[in-house]
Design a protein around this ligand. Structure first.
Ligand SMILES: CC(C)(COP(=O)(O)OP(=O)(O)OC[C@H]1O[C@@H](n2cnc3c(N)ncnc32)[C@H](O)[C@@H]1OP(=O)(O)O)[C@@H](O)C(=O)NCCC(=O)NCCS
Length: 143
């Protein structure tokens, strides 16, 4: 992600999340040494993005989203594969993420990649209120 990508990302973010990140949150990701966002583009148009934090031998997927009109084209799979590559290169042992139990599409995506449910954080999400499922995938001795 470059600074110039942020406006397009924020437009997608506002369409697809009930509690979207503002532009400033993405700007902070640019300024961080251990956090980052990658984008998917088709003919120069941003179609999706994914973010992660890499620290202390672990990776956290912070965000993944695909514009509704580009879904079902394996864009999320490509983004997640790239995040896994980044995590492995940084020598991470695990990758974690949080997901709403009602988010079947995302849970299917994560299950497909071998993530498993670790535990639930009651009342973690606010708008609308919902628990979070914490999922993890081991990055060592498999695949
Ligand atoms: C979840 C999301 C990122 C998937 O993006 P996508 O580019 O359409 O996904 P892909 O085409 O790469 O599909 C990957 C896998 O996800 C699952 N999946 C994707 N869309 C699905 C749907 N509507 N219903 C069920 N499973 C779905 C499937 O397992 C699929 O693999 P398959 O087609 O081989 O069965 C997209 O729906 C999205 O942006 N949702 C809103 C934001 C969001 O919820 N992000 C996750 C926050 S934790």
């Amino acid at each position: 992600m470059t600074r110039g990508d942020i406006a397009a990302i924020v437009l997608i973010e506002a369409r697809i999340f009930s509690d979207p990140w503002p532009a400033v949150a993405f700007e902070e990701e640019l300024d961080s040494d251990y956090r980052g966002v990658i984008v998917a583009e088709i003919d120069g148009l941003i179609t999706g993005y994914a973010g992660c934090i890499v620290a202390a031998g672990e990776c956290q997927l912070t965000n993944i989203g695909v514009a509704p009109e580009f879904r079902g084209k394996s864009i999320a799979k490509s983004l997640l594969n790239r995040i896994l590559e980044i995590a492995r290169k940084a020598d991470c042992d695990y990758i974690f993420l949080d997901v709403r139990p009602s988010n079947t599409a995302a849970i299917n995506l994560y299950n497909r990649f071998g993530f498993i449910e670790l535990y639930r954080r009651p009342g973690y999400y606010r708008i609308p209120p919902e628990d979070a499922i914490v999922m993890v995938k081991t990055l060592r001795d498999q695949d």
